[in-house]
Design a protein around this ligand. Structure first.
Ligand code: AMP
Length: 134
């Protein structure tokens, strides 16, 4: 059965997309720790990120790097932190989180509740930066 992230990539369920190429897809985490919290997934369905080949993992990180730079442009921050957990959704993904402090990366923090309009506006800002428009 397809994972929820494969359904997102296929457009079968909605997401706030920020970037895409032929192999990877980036979209906002629906339970963000901070504004701009983004997930990067391979279009190929693999559960554990370290089951990707060396080449796939390297390419995923290069894609994630460019998404991270776009996040930082759209949401000025000290750094964009990266985390891999993957215990909830069995489809490899990298969390990209704009941070001011180490505590912004704590997954035990309460998640932000954002409106549809806020998610759309955040995604658009990052997408524009990713396309070099911002
Ligand atoms: P983990 O597998 O522990 O890395 O966590 C999965 C992440 O995916 C969580 O931060 C969820 O908020 C996020 N998530 C789950 N379903 C969706 C969805 N439909 N759209 C966006 N983010 C999601």
């Amino acid at each position: 059965m397809a994972t929820i992230f494969s359904k997102i990539v296929a457009g079968e369920i909605p997401s706030y997309k920020v970037a895409e190429d032929d192999k990877f897809y980036a979209f906002l985490d629906i339970n963000p720790l901070v504004k701009g919290h983004t997930l990067v997934v391979p279009k190929k369905e693999v559960d554990y990120i370290y089951d990707l080949s060396d080449e796939e993992l390297a390419a995923m990180h290069v894609f994630a790097k460019h998404v991270a730079l776009a996040i930082q442009k759209a949401f000025p921050c000290r750094k964009v932190g990266e985390a891999v957990i993957g215990l909830e959704v069995p489809h490899a993904h990298i969390h990209l989180i704009p941070i001011q402090n180490e505590s912004d990366m704590l997954f035990s923090n309460p998640k932000l509740k954002l409106s549809d309009e806020e998610f759309k506006s955040i995604a658009e800002r990052i997408h524009n930066a990713w396309e070099g428009k911002a």
